[in-house]
Write a protein that binds this ligand. Structure first.
Ligand code: ZN
Length: 160
């Protein structure tokens, strides 16, 4: 074997790097309508599947269970119930300074949950905070004054 031939037992070199690429893409017709309603009307919409009758939130163009297009728009929320939550105490890039509460909120009239923040909660004692938000806790969307057409137009959900 010559010097330049590779044997299968040669060590592979792994180069670790990090890419930070600014990226913009069209949200699509359905998501654009969903976000415009949040920005311009301060309203949250889902779409009802004509086959399984579930109201899907955020609005999407097809039902992932029935594989059929959906376009029957239904207003949901702005109140709902906590389905699940986590109190995060670690710092992650691009996420808030911990601790913070991230939750699945099932909005009134919806059959699926929305992932969002729970705010206005004293997190100085994490165990005590967790005991204040059992599954089923009622919450309400708190809107940003200046909205951009993004999920973050809802600043967070507050306890009712
Ligand atoms: Zn369906």
């Amino acid at each position: 074997m010559s010097k330049m031939e590779q044997s299968s037992e040669e060590e592979s070199i792994v180069i670790e790097t990090r890419w930070n690429i600014p990226f913009a893409h069209h949200a699509g017709r359905t998501a654009s309508r969903f976000f415009r309603a949040m920005r311009d009307e301060q309203k949250i919409y889902g779409v009802r599947c004509g086959q399984c009758q579930r109201v899907l939130v955020p609005a999407r163009s097809f039902c992932e269970q029935c594989f059929v297009p959906v376009q029957d728009w239904v207003e949901v929320g702005p109140q709902g119930s906590i389905e699940s939550f986590a109190i995060n105490c670690m710092q992650y890039e691009g996420l808030p300074t911990p601790p913070y509460v991230i939750a699945l909120v099932k909005l009134d009239g919806a059959d699926t949950s929305l992932l969002h923040w729970i705010g206005d909660l004293d997190l100085s004692n994490v165990e005590m905070a967790a005991s204040r938000i059992p599954i089923g806790t009622r919450v309400e969307a708190v809107w940003k004054a200046k909205r951009d057409g993004a999920m973050t137009d809802i600043a967070y959900f507050r306890l009712l």
